[in-house]
Design a protein around this ligand. Structure first.
Ligand code: NI
Length: 178
């Protein structure tokens, strides 16, 4: 497995439409493995193949584990692989804070369906179908957009809904360590 470089916003590959996977070879499994490793290293929720320069209709989502107040794991991380995905049902709408590994240091407010049903194939070509709500639904919609060359910033209805994320400077970190 290899951690791949994540392309950023200015790279024109992120604006291309990805093509369907027709042959479920070992190379597809390798790609999926690399994508999970890249996602874990970057600390994100989802990653689409075009973000590592592969113009194929593949994305992965790693829904983070949940913990209670005492730090005990309530639910483990859930991994999803979607190849040739298609959203077949959408319900509700809400405005959510969103970020993207290809647009580091920023967040925005985007309207998304509250729940979706998505179908596609796994890395062996077997049909899969998932329903998601909340963060999972948001991730499915965000990652599917990447396969069509769409970034979340395309959905912003006002520049006020896009901001830089404040990051503690090293000086601040030193201060608070005193
Ligand atoms: Ni993204």
């Amino acid at each position: 497995m290899t951690v791949r470089t994540i392309l950023t916003q200015e790279n024109p590959l992120l604006r291309r439409k990805a093509v369907k996977v027709t042959r479920f070879s070992k190379a597809v499994r390798q790609l999926v493995d690399d994508m999970f490793e890249t996602l874990d290293a970057a600390g994100g929720v989802g990653l689409a193949a075009p973000q590592i320069g592969v113009l194929q209709r593949v994305f992965v989502v790693g829904l983070p584990a949940e913990y209670d107040d005492d730090g005990n794991e309530i639910s483990p991380q859930e991994d999803y692989v979607l190849i040739n995905p298609e959203i077949i049902f959408k319900q509700g709408e809400e405005e959510l804070v969103e970020g993207c590994l290809s647009i580091p240091g920023y967040q925005g407010l985007v309207r998304r369906a509250t729940s979706v049903v998505i179908k596609g194939q796994d890395e062996y070509g077997r049909p899969v179908r998932y329903s998601g709500e909340g963060l999972l639904a948001q991730a499915f919609q965000h990652e599917l957009d990447h396969l069509d060359g769409v970034l979340y910033i395309d959905h912003l209805d006002s520049q006020n809904k896009f901001w830089a994320v404040e990051q503690a400077s090293e000086e601040d970190a030193e201060d608070s360590a005193d």
